[in-house]
Design a protein around this ligand. Structure first.
Ligand code: ZN
Length: 62
């Protein structure tokens, strides 16, 4: 698969699941722990998706 720079998320950094799907050019979603990953310069930002759709950034996952 061709990829123009950046990183490829193959497993969830939050729970380790491989059920990670791409939902946008720079966005991924883990179907196991329901976090959204945004690819930014230098790494990933992870957001927990609350039941009401609110995104809460996770800072302490590493
Ligand atoms: Zn996960």
């Amino acid at each position: 698969m061709a990829k123009t720079g950046g990183i490829i998320v193959q497993s969830c950094p939050n729970c380790g699941s491989r059920e990670v799907g791409r939902i946008g050019s720079d966005h991924y979603y883990c179907h196991d722990c329901c976090v959204e990953m945004s690819e930014l310069e230098g790494g990933l930002v992870i957001h927990q998706v609350e039941e009401d759709g609110t995104l809460v950034q996770i800072d302490d996952w590493s």
